[in-house]
Every structure is written in C-alpha cells, then in structure tokens.
Design a protein around this ligand. Sequence first.
Ligand code: PLP
Length: 360
Amino acid sequence: MSRPIRATVDPAAFAHNLALARRHAGAARILAVLKANAYGHGLDRLLPVARAADGIAVLEMEAAVRLRDNGYQGPVVLLEGCFGAAEQGEALRLGVTPVVHVAEQLEALLHARGGRPGEVWLKLNSGMNRLGFRLPAFQEAQQRLESAGWSGKITRMTHFANADDSHGVAEQLAVVQAAGAGPWSLANSAALLRYPASRAEWVRPGIMLYGATPFADQSALALGLRPVMALTSQVIAVQTLAAGESVGYGWTFTAREATRVGIVACGYADGYPRLAPTGTPVAVDGVRTRTLGRVSMDMLYVDLTNVPGAGVGSPVELWGPTVPVDAVAAPAGTVGYELLCALAPRVPVLVRTGEAAPAS
Ligand SMILES: Cc1ncc(COP(=O)(O)O)c(C=O)c1O
C-alpha cells in the first residue's frame, strides 16, 4: 500500500458545470479556460468533457500542441499570445488563435510566415492595466490587421479586474463600448454569473468549470456547481493530548482538555496551504471537523473529538464534496484557484471512473 493521499478528478462534475455555464451564457459561445494544466486537474484528463465547449483557452503553445495531438480540432486561444516571432508562424500552421496584446506581437503577426491570416483575438486594456492596447492604439491595431487581410477574423477581448467584487464591471464595459463593434469576448466566470450584459459573443469561464466559486460572498454550492477535484488521505496515527499539551511545530495549538488528534498524511508538500490555521474545515469519516496547529510538510493534524470512532486508516477529505476548496482557501488567506493549481506533482491523481490516469 502506498502513502494514502490521492486527488480524484471527476469529469462528470466538469460536464455538469459546463452545462451550467452554457445556461448562463445564452447564445454566447463558450471558451473553456484550461490553462495551468486545467487549473491543476490535468488537461488530458478533462479534454474529453471540455470538447463540449465551443473552444479551449490555454497559455502555452505546448498546451495547444497537446490539444491538437489529442485530436482536438476546435478553436484554441493562447491567452498571452505568442512568445516570439517563431511561435506566430507555428500558431498559423496549427490553426491556433493567438491573443495579440502588445505592439511587438502585432508586428510579429503582421510579418509572420506560415500561411494565410488566421483567427486572432485582439486585446483591449479596458482598465485592468495588465495586458492589452489602450484606446486609440487598440483601434489602430485593428485597422492595421484589417488592411493586412485579417478582416472578419478578429475577435476583440478584454478582461475584468473586479467582476467578483462590489466594484463590478460598469467602468470597463464603458471602455469596451467606446472601442466599437465586436465580436467581443469579455466575461470570466464571475461576470458570466453576475453580469449578463457582459456575455457578448464569447464567454471565458474558468474557475466555475472546476466547481469552485469566484466570489467571496457566494459558495459554489449556492451557485449550483459541483467540485471536480477531491483531495483525500487517511489518518496515519492518533495522539491523545492531555490538557495543556500541544501538537506540531511551534505548538500553536494547545489542548484545553484531553483531545484525540488524528495525524493525517497531507502537508504543504502535497499542495495543502501551510497558512491554513487551526479551525480550517476538514472531514474525517465523512464528518466535518477542524484542523489543529501548524501544517507541516507531509502531515497535518485534525480534531477527532466529534469523530470518536475514527482511528488509523480513517478516510480524510481535505477538500471535495464535503469540504469546499473555497472553505479551506479562505482561512488560509487565499482562493480556491490557488489551491487547485498548486496540487503537488507527488500526489497521485485518479479519474472518477476509478482508473488510474496518466501523469499530465
Ligand atoms: C484572460 C482570462 N480570461 C478568462 C479567465 C478565467 O477566469 P475565471 O477562472 O475567473 O473564470 C482568466 C483566468 O484568470 C483569464 O486570465
């Protein structure tokens, strides 16, 4: 028997979340965001269900090549565009759609050799001030592409900085309107869920497809989402602390009364956040309880007071259907996105069918 930690990826949950995104999207097409190895879940594992989207967004050309190698013929958008002129030619040859967000990429595309003009996504900086052309450089870039043969092949895009909080999208939408007619792609998960006016021609949901919430004030469950990843392990030892005794590095938790503590085979080297404090939710034998003390590299500690039958070998859910990943992220001062993406390579991954999945 191997160390008992596992991540289980549930493609059916992804399919459910994609169908929910489809209902919110109305007539808009869905570009499923599968960057960062499908937010830590494995691009190859989720591709079979992601095919139901209208296109797939990734970051690196290598990921785009993998999609094509796996027989995916649909639209593939490179969200940071091409890195260097050679990649522009490769994008044309592979029929992969680069984002163009900066003057250097525009020049490289206009001078790329590798075939006739293909689809391109031109990025407007509408206020996030991360990537994209401001007005009027955006319109100038558009005109140059149109006169060089890209007419009818340009999708305009922008990205919202505050769709998930009370600031909203109104200011950035006003900039989009000033930038002119589409087709446009604007909405991430948060905008898709809260601002129907931002749907436009293409939406770009990411986090909601994995069953986590983009919002601090609304849970994934309340949004009707199902978690795609479960991180599970087992209790590998039990300690009974006397009142006044502590557990783990720094003795940050001290028992007020005799306390049974489960030692769990999961630590920050598995991707569990070290900053998760005492009280972070966890489930043992299907019962919600809490972590105790400081997370160490390979182990963390859980309160077995409410789970008297638990002992060595008891199953532990670190996150998944019983403990939402967002409920672990919040007390650790982060978001579900980060925990999913940070799943460590040493954690074996199973797909929900029960078969072992290839490393990816
Ligand atoms: C350009 C772009 N579009 C869409 C998304 C998807 O966002 P979310 O995961 O919040 O839905 C991302 C992710 O950060 C992104 O960078």
